[in-house]
Design a protein around this ligand. Structure first.
Ligand code: PLP
Length: 409
């Protein structure tokens, strides 16, 4: 029996594999290399990361304008990963002086780092300006601060203006960042005030527009609305003399497959009778034929012959008429980079002197790692079963292992 978590992590014959290495063999190897065996450790698949970058590259190559992948470092600032990402020709977006240091250590050229954020400290802005990074202007006060730093250093800086396009990304409010009222960027209606400051500054050179509407976006038409807003604004600013706006940074992160991934890495947690009963009771069927089909699927599931997502799919096909249940439990459509780019391609066909930037975080890294740890024991807590593992030795440094360093036993 084989399940796939992602292309490079999968279960085969009851064992979890990273690429073609059994994770239990890996644990034994790590122990031999002197890492205390029970210590939790992140295991990354290099191939999966390269595959994810390639998916963006392939999609972007279908556009009529040049493009850049700006990896959003907040997703994971592990320097080994950053080096790999840089080596693939990506740029990076960062939000603090510390991330700037990580970017430097990873070897990113300063002009390939974009310093974003609504709360940049003066010291961090100074660091970014001295190095020659691109800087995002997030508000009027941010604009004044960046301008003052540049004046003090006598250095001109290329900036992008982060715009709040007031577009609903249709995601959880906690990760929604582009509606009016959000704390990020300048609302389109207030852009004039900041643009005036930019036009009066001898130090700030407007080279791009940026927006980020939120994370876990499923409906890719959201990106089209944002891009339209940015292109309209670019045209209007060009008419007012800002003729060097060549970057359009279309932030907004794609949804990733949390459900299947979490599910398949933990087959043991799936089969509490209470949980199955709860699912069963939601399926409103009095038809005995349907009931017997359901029972057989539940039996297979309890025997670990299928993962939770497969269970849900099977239940959905048996209960096609139970629309409400299907909608709640099986609407797991994960958009791909090709979907994102496909939705915006028509808007770019006639654009000249423009480079499109996309700013993915979780959709590049989310499915590239597992947390490997020994289990100290498990206990029941209500409907859940809690698995306890040892704590990290140093909270601030989470050890990790990249697949290129994994040697099969
Ligand atoms: C400005 C900016 N860019 C990019 C990202 C990455 O988003 P995601 O991880 O959803 O791809 C974020 C996430 O918060 C962000 O705030």
């Amino acid at each position: 029996m084989a399940y796939r978590i992602s292309n490079q992590f999968h279960f085969k014959d009851g064992y979890l594999f990273c690429e073609d290495v059994r994770v239990t063999d890996l644990a034994a190897n790590v122990e031999r290399c002197g890492v205390t065996p029970p210590s939790p450790l992140f295991v990354y698949s290099k191939s999966q990361l390269l595959e994810n970058i390639q998916a963006y590259r392939k999609a972007l190559a279908t556009l009529s304008v040049p493009s850049v992948i700006n990896y959003s470092m907040k997703a994971n600032a592990n320097v080994s990963l950053l080096k790999l990402i840089r080596g693939q020709g990506c740029c990076t977006t960062l939000v603090s002086g510390l991330e700037l240091e990580f970017g430097r250590v990873a070897g990113f050229h300063p002009q390939r780092m974009m310093f974003n954020g609504n709360g940049k400290t003066r010291a961090d802005v100074e660091k970014a300006v001295r190095l020659g990074c691109l800087v995002n202007v997030d508000s009027d006060f941010d604009c004044r601060k960046i301008d003052a730093v540049c004046q003090q250093l006598g250095t001109k800086t290329s900036v992008l203006l982060r715009v709040n396009p007031d577009v609903d990304p249709k995601v959880h409010p906690y990760v929604s960042t582009g509606l009016a009222g959000s704390k990020f960027g300048v609302c389109v209606d207030d852009v004039d005030q900041v643009v005036k400051m930019l036009s009066e500054s001898s130090y700030l050179h407007l080279v791009g527009l940026h927006c980020h509407v939120g994370s876990t976006v499923r409906d890719v038409s959201v990106f089209r609305s944002c891009l339209q807003t940015l292109l309209d604004l670019r045209r209007s600013l060009q008419q007012r003399g800002f003729t060097d706006i060549r970057y359009i940074n279309l932030g907004g992160g794609l949804m990733i497959d949390y459900e299947t991934h979490a599910d398949r890495t933990h087959p043991a947690r799936l089969d509490t009778d209470e949980e199955l009963k709860a699912i069963h009771s939601q399926i409103d069927s009095h038809d005995s034929h349907v009931q017997s089909q359901l029972n057989s699927v539940f039996d297979d599931y309890k025997a670990e012959k299928m993962a939770r997502s497969q269970l849900l799919q099977r239940l959905a096909s048996i209960t096609q008429s139970t629309w409400k249940w299907n909608r709640q439990h099986t609407s797991l459509e994960i958009p791909t980079p090709a979907d994102l780019i496909g939705s915006i391609r028509p808007l770019l066909t006639n654009e000249k002197d423009l480079t499109l930037i996309v700013e993915p975080g979780r959709s590049l890294l989310g499915n590239t790692a597992i947390l490997m740890t020994s289990v100290l024991g498990s206990k029941k807590a209500g409907l859940k079963r809690i698995v306890c593992y040892p704590k990290f030795k140093k909270a601030a440094v989470w050890p990790c292992l990249m697949s290129e360093h994994i040697v099969p036993t």
